[in-house]
Design a protein around this ligand. Structure first.
Ligand code: MG
Length: 371
């Protein structure tokens, strides 16, 4: 496929309520979208590094600038027979996985439309439906959290993830565990701790969690391996896994028992599948995370989640959970699985943003054409 034109958008999508994590609060999700055109076909890619460089060193304004000034010009006008061709053209530019992911995901969308094959099949999936989990950020009170968990348990969510940060950690978790002794829980620390906190994690280890997600700094592997050797509860790496190479190293040194894969964080679907395969070969199961993308970006996450080694319910949310109106149409909706658990169905294709909504949410836009 020869890439003729790329349109880029930096959008801010207002949330129904702020998303609170160890990094702070987001009132809107900042994302970068691209419309990649080849002949009469086009497809969209999205990644959401958020407004500030707190989850990772990238941020939406920076990702947009890198995409406009360096990445899009390296792709436009070129024949890209495979996604490896695309990534090869971007390889000279170090890092910036969220910015690169926008293009990689759009390329897969184009490939899907050109071939008429649904994206999840192109990625190698045989399933069409997987379960999703419930996920709760920091709330105003533990009582509010307990009633939200109660609702999620009643709705049949197979697991519940809790944000965990200083000031909202062990006392909260102990009350949750006392109230729901049999529910599957895990905590996401978003890099909020260090090895100095190993005593805290020894107490967490007694609470029978499914995993402890990213307890230590975002760029660390060795301390995670040390902590993992001291705990029964598996550690799940999220922020740390930004490339296939990093995933290989994590597997090799025993830094984790699980890996959370987000297409944005690892540079797109091509790397996401390679990390999935690497972990599978090492006997490490994975699950798919999201960055509160619109239905455009979420569709890529849903397609990815259909691969076999994703064996823990995904962090994929219906549009209505966070947005009054999704940027794209159709919005993402949950459907009951075989046992009634909330699930997602593989999309036939990545939905396009609605033009009027895109216009009203765009902060900056650019077009790069073949000369
Ligand atoms: Mg996480």
């Amino acid at each position: 496929m020869k890439i003729d034109r790329i349109d880029l958008f930096h959008v801010a999508m207002p949330l129904i309520y702020p998303w609170k994590t160890a990094y702070g609060e987001d009132a809107a999700i900042h994302a970068v979208l691209c419309r990649m055109s080849s002949g009469s076909l086009w497809a969209w890619g999205e990644s959401a590094p958020f407004a500030a460089p707190c989850y990772s060193p990238e941020w939406a304004g920076g990702a947009f600038a890198v995409a406009r000034d360096w990445l899009a010009p390296a792709i436009v006008g070129h024949e890209l027979a495979s996604s490896s061709d695309l990534l090869d053209r971007l390889q000279v530019y170090k890092g910036n996985p969220f910015a690169k992911a926008v293009f990689d995901i759009a390329w897969w969308g184009l490939k899907s439309r050109a071939s008429g094959i649904p994206l999840h099949r192109l990625l190698g999936a045989t399933r069409d439906q997987v379960a999703v989990g419930a996920d709760f950020g920091v709330m105003d009170s533990v009582d509010d959290l307990l009633s939200s968990i109660d609702a999620a348990v009643s709705e049949g969510f197979p697991r519940v993830k809790l944000k965990f940060r200083p000031g909202w950690d062990l006392p909260m978790l102990k009350r949750v565990r006392e109230t729901f002794p049999n529910q599957v829980f895990h905590i996401d620390c978003n890099s909020g701790y260090t090895l100095e906190d190993r005593e805290l994690f020894r107490e967490v280890d007694e609470l029978g969690l499914a995993m402890i997600e990213q307890p230590l700094p975002h760029d660390d592997l060795l301390d995670h391996a040390t902590l993992q050797s001291e705990l029964q509860t598996p550690i799940c790496l999220d922020e740390t896994i930004v490339s296939v190479h990093r995933a290989q190293q994590a597997c090799r040194i025993g830094a984790c028992g699980w890996v959370n894969i987000k297409p944005g964080r690892v540079g797109g679907l091509t790397n996401a599948v390679a990390i999935h395969d690497t972990c599978q070969a090492a006997g490490i199961p994975c699950w798919v995370g999201g960055m509160l993308e619109s239905a455009t970006g979420s569709a890529a996450c849903v397609a990815l989640a259909m691969l076999d080694n994703f064996s823990y319910p995904a962090d994929i949310f219906p549009s209505a959970r966070f947005y009054h109106e999704d940027l794209a149409d159709p919005p993402l909706a949950l459907t009951p699985g075989e046992s009634g658990e909330p699930s997602v169905h593989a999309p036939l294709e990545i939905p396009d943003p609605v033009e009027s909504r895109l216009k009203s949410l765009t902060i900056e836009a650019a077009t790069v054409r073949a000369s």
